[in-house]
Write a protein that binds this ligand. Structure first.
Ligand SMILES: Cc1cc2nc3c(=O)[nH]c(=O)nc-3n(C[C@H](O)[C@H](O)[C@H](O)COP(=O)(O)OP(=O)(O)OC[C@H]3O[C@@H](n4cnc5c(N)ncnc54)[C@H](O)[C@@H]3O)c2cc1C
Length: 387
């Protein structure tokens, strides 16, 4: 069998590159995934109750990129949706990211008003302040507040999710959910926030509906290497596995998802409720909030973070710590040495916690480089496909 491109991994990165190459360059693509579904972690399906379920954890779409939004809008209609998250703190459910409404919920009224004024004076309305930055304040009351938020909202959640303290991670991790000096309870403030009206899997089906694209599922790419002739390859799996852990494994966090069906129309007050301080799971998401479905039953998913063990669990989250970045950069050098026709892109191949829109944005940029054949293409880590 012969093709122009072998693309490994049918997540957002692989599907977007397959679609672009097939439709814009008229070249043939074999897209292979070892899972039995396309869509990577964003795969969803309608279960026996008719509820749209995200098999690999809740995925909420949000982006500030008009380019990504317009690109994906070719393959889906959207349902406007602003995600809301609550966290259980001292028995109360308070908005996350922690904001002025959360402050009012956890502090006595007059003290909350004082703290609010101090926050507004120091940072201004609308500011987003990473918790580790907020802890650098010297004012006693603000420092008290920073410690309160750190202890009650961040610490336990981070230890469960990452098995380390917030300071041990790259600041970008805790910075993703900053303290928000605002009364806006939405989890994201991006320009575009919506869910694919018929689900992500339908979006992927439309993306891949092209005669130049052949999809092989339940297939590790290594199994077909001897039977498939291809000119170029794109690899979106874990970069360390491509090089057989030559420089040691790159660690990932995994998650065990526990689904349950309840005989009630609605279970909780928001799409997601975080449990930073109790239980082994981090959060509970009620899937119907995301799909907007109305029906008598509801589906919950609890997330139990765990270590990733190659061959046993799924590698979900690259762990952004300096020593892992160092290991990753060694793999990058291996990729550059190959200097041929394998290109690495995506959350696992780039070892970066991309959101879906970032994965699509990255894929679109890679495609532009491929299409123009610019010199920058070489910088994007081509390597020979002769492995
Ligand atoms: C629990 C969880 C929740 C998330 N929630 C959100 C959210 O709310 N909003 C958001 O924007 N983003 C979210 N994300 C991030 C989102 O999942 C990623 O941005 C997106 O999936 C990245 O796409 P990708 O194609 O790069 O990688 P993936 O989706 O991981 O796809 C890579 C694919 O490669 C395949 N593969 C790997 N090795 C091989 C091999 N040897 N042979 C064949 N196939 C192989 C894998 O099976 C996988 O399907 C979440 C991620 C997780 C884990």
């Amino acid at each position: 069998m012969r093709t122009d491109w072998l693309i490994v991994g049918a997540g957002f990165t692989g599907c977007t590159l397959a679609e672009r190459i097939a439709s814009q360059l008229g070249q043939a693509v074999v897209l292979v995934d070892r899972r039995s579904n396309v869509g990577g972690n964003a795969y969803d399906f309608y279960n026996d109750e008719g509820v749209l379920v995200h098999q690999y954890g809740p995925h909420i779409f949000h982006t500030n990129s008009t380019k990504v939004w317009e690109y994906l809008s070719r393959f889906t209609e959207w349902r406007p949706y602003s995600h809301r998250v609550l966290a259980v703190v001292e028995g109360k459910k308070i908005p996350v990211p922690f904001n002025l409404n959360s402050l009012a919920a956890v502090m006595p009224e007059r003290y909350a008003a004082k703290l609010e004024n101090l926050l507004l004076e120091k940072f201004g309305i609308g500011a987003k302040v990473p918790i580790l930055k907020l802890r650098e304040v010297t004012h006693d009351d603000l420092r008290f507040l920073a410690d309160y938020i750190y202890d009650n909202v961040f610490y336990g959640y981070t230890v469960k999710q990452w098995e380390c303290r917030p300071e041990e991670l790259d600041p970008s991790v805790t910075g993703r959910v900053p303290v928000h000096i605002s009364r806006d309870d939405r989890y994201f403030q991006d320009t575009y926030q919506a869910m694919p009206r018929l689900g992500y899997s339908e979006l992927f089906r439309r993306q891949l509906d092209h005669p130049n694209i052949q999809v092989l599922l339940d297939t590790d790419y290594r199994r077909i290497l001897s039977d498939l002739k291809f000119s170029r390859m794109i690899f979106t799996g874990p970069i360390n596995t491509f090089f057989d852990d030559l420089h040691g494994p790159l660690p990932y966090r995994s998650i065990r998802f526990e689904f349950s069906t309840l005989d009630v129309e609605q279970y909780q007050e928001a799409g997601t409720v975080n449990y930073p301080n109790d239980y082994e799971f981090t959060r509970v998401t009620e899937q119907k909030y995301l799909s907007g479905q109305t029906m008598p039953k509801t589906i919950l998913v609890k997330e139990f973070p765990q270590r990733h063990v190659e061959g046993e669990t799924e590698p979900y989250y690259p762990i952004p710590r300096p020593e892992n970045r160092e290991t990753y950069s060694r793999y990058l050098q291996e990729a550059e040495k190959l200097n041929g026709s394998v290109l690495f892109a995506g959350r696992l191949a780039d070892y970066k916690c991309y959101n879906m829109d970032q994965a699509v944005g990255r894929a679109l940029r890679v495609f532009e480089e491929v299409a123009t054949g610019s010199s920058a293409e070489r910088r994007l880590r081509y390597a020979t496909a002769s492995r």
